[in-house]
Ligand binder design. Structure first.
Ligand SMILES: Nc1ncnc2c1ncn2[C@@H]1O[C@H](COP(=O)(O)OP(=O)(O)OP(=O)(O)O)[C@@H](O)[C@H]1O
Ligand SMILES: [Mg+2]
Length: 408
């Protein structure tokens, strides 16, 4: 460890020499013969631990010198050497706390050595305190910075959370809009067929009136059928209220072949014009199902429409529909010998808006509507399309056995 620095100030050279001689082993000693010299040395040696000064010196007294030193740097420990007669002069200075100790002259080696050691200890303690304070200050600053960072992080987190919530709300309303759009498009899709039927019926009647060939029986039949189709349209639109879901409390017991026949009313003409044969087969004792008649008619209408598209330009176009009981279900196999579904898209065909048809021809909603209706009826639907063999849709719906007396 380096020796602590001690400045000794005395106007008598012999005293300086003695001091050096006694204490140079233990301390690094600087000497000055006047207050002025001492101040100069002091400004060059900021690391002085102790300043010892004689009180009585020409020009500047020891007390004055130590007071000036104190004003420049209060850390070094100040000791005054004084003759007994001068004690009164320095009492004030001691009381003001500027001076650590006074030592009476002539001093004794042991006594002054002890005082110097205590002074050095005190100085070191002060320095350590200062370093600790600096350290504390640094730590405090780090803590403050960490706190600020924490606050900033918290604020950022709150902003992110807020943004996430806003995005969620936005997404929710967007997805609501999207499903609303999907339902609206779906309704447009579904009312297209009955509207076309009504239009054709009205046009035909109009033409018959102009030509004077109006057959009242035919007109009456057309009006009856048109009213039925208007009811169908109303019912489809009403589904908007239940967001497109079937309400099973509306379900009635139905015969699926009858449902197919109802759907065919809209298509008979079209099938005939296109030379498409439709054959249906029903196994004896086919169970009924429970469901919504209009919705199940929509299933067949969409399947027929798809088959018509697939059969365009195909030689001997044919649609077959087979109804049979399969365990606890009624199984409907709806087949055509049309172009078929390419294997790479067969997993996609039930997705809404998936279509392979040109813009304006298909919206890609038919099969997704069918899928939803069948799911609402607790049924299943799948598509098989072996290459070159057209397309088959296999639907199962839970059979309703209660009507059969021998059931249970
Ligand atoms: N019987 C079928 N034969 C061949 N491909 C079919 C058949 N039925 C459906 N597809 C394929 O599945 C796709 C999706 O059918 P979907 O009924 O959902 O929509 P779309 O008929 O294209 O349009 P939209 O029914 O809305 O007018 C069709 O574009 C077609 O590629
Ligand atoms: Mg379709």
């Amino acid at each position: 460890m380096t020796k602590p620095k001690v400045l000794y100030v005395d106007d008598e050279e012999i005293n300086l020499a003695n001091f050096v001689m006694f204490f140079e082993n233990e301390f690094d000693i600087l000497t000055a013969q006047s207050g002025k010299d001492a101040l100069r040395l002091f400004s060059d040696h900021q690391d002085l631990a102790v300043v010892v000064s004689d009180q009585r010196m020409p020009e500047m007294t020891g007390v004055k010198l130590l007071a000036e030193i104190y004003a420049i740097n209060p850390d070094p420990i100040r000791i005054i050497l004084t003759a007994y007669a001068d004690i009164r002069d320095i009492t004030d200075a001691i009381n003001q706390g500027h001076i650590f100790q006074y030592v009476q002259k002539p001093w004794h080696f042991n006594e002054l050595q002890l005082i110097l050691r205590q002074a050095v200890d005190k100085y070191r303690l002060i320095q350590q305190n200062k370093e600790l304070l600096v350290l504390l200050d640094e730590k405090n600053q780090l803590l403050t910075a960490a706190n600020r960072q924490l606050e900033a992080d918290l604020a950022l987190q709150q902003r992110l959370e807020q943004a996430r919530r806003e995005a969620e709300v936005k997404m929710l309303s967007q997805s609501k809009l999207a499903s609303l759009g999907e339902i609206a498009t779906g309704i447009a899709h579904e009312i297209n067929q009955p509207l076309t039927f009504i239009q054709i019926a009205l046009q035909a009647s109009g033409r018959d009136i102009e030509n004077g060939t109006l057959d009242l029986n035919e007109l009456s039949a057309d009006i009856q059928e048109s009213i039925k189709q208007v009811r169908r349209i109303t019912k489809i639109i009403n589904h908007l209220r239940t967001f497109g879901r079937a309400d099973s409390s509306d379900f009635t017991e139905l015969s699926l072949p009858d449902i197919l026949n109802n759907s065919l009313i809209l298509y008979q003409e079209k099938l005939k014009v296109n030379g498409i044969g439709l054959e249906s087969s029903t196994s004896p004792d086919l169970p009924l199902v429970r469901g919504d008649a209009v919705q199940l008619e929509q299933v067949f209408i969409n399947l027929i429409q798809n088959a018509l598209d697939a059969l365009a330009g195909v030689p001997s176009p044919r649609i077959t529909v087979d109804f049979r009981q399969h365990y606890e279900t009624v199984m409907v196999t709806f087949s055509d010998n049309g172009c078929g579904v390419p294997p790479q898209v067969i997993t996609k065909i039930f997705e809404p808006f998936f279509t392979t048809k040109p813009i304006g021809k298909g919206t890609g909603l038919g099969l997704s509507i069918i899928y939803g209706i069948i799911a609402d009826h607790n049924g299943t639907i799948e598509c098989q399309s072996p290459p070159g063999q057209g397309c088959q849709f296999i639907i199962t719906l839970p059979a309703w056995f209660n009507h059969r007396p021998h059931a249970d």
